[in-house]
Design a protein around this ligand. Sequence first.
Ligand code: MN3
Length: 252
Amino acid sequence: MKMEEGVSRRDLIKTLGVGGLALGLTSLGHGAQTEEKKSSLPKSQIGYKEGAFVLPPLSYAYDALEPHIDAQTMKLHHDKHHAGYVKGANKALKNLADIASGQGDASLVKHWARELAFHGSGHAMHLIFWNNMKPGGSELKGALADALVADFGSIDGFKNLFLGASQSVEGSGWGILGYEHVSGRLVVIQAEKHQDHTVQGISPLLVVDVWEHAYYLKYQNRRGDYIKAFMNVINWDDVANRYAQASRLSVA
Ligand code: MN3
């Protein structure tokens, strides 16, 4: 992948070039910005500071997505679940660094690489997820809308595909609208857990968390109702920004 981003992202990719984790990095809206632009990003996009992953606060209140996503779910999801991935990713990073420097147990490299893929991908996906939502949502328009029509036939065609893919994730995982860098096309895929069955080289643009912790308090087993509610709070401006950024990167 062509890398014209800042040093922090290059280092991150170098450190984290493990399995499915690579999928989240081109769209975090983090390292590709100039210092000037970076300061205008919402705080919740800054997930790494001074050598460690950090959990940024949400850029809206826990209850701001009501009635579609309830406050208790948002608080638990962000403060407990997402925090757990940050902690796990940092632990894995440290153990891999210890192994690299000859201090750690080299026989555990596979274990820690898997831990990093799981927790690091969890962290990256949640950063995107929080920013993909906005109280009241926003209008889908412009180049992203045109690309959705070109690649899926119609906006409704995309929505049906995204809903179907997200609803049918086996067990826990994510529905993902992504930019596929080889073809330059938008694609809809699923991820199980945070990292399994993803396609390498894809930048996620719009992701919906379909782990039960994301909806069970309010929607119980009605995952489809939750995804339909999620559709009402999509921040399409954020998705369009990720699309514009991703479409400038090529894997060639
Ligand atoms: Mn989650």
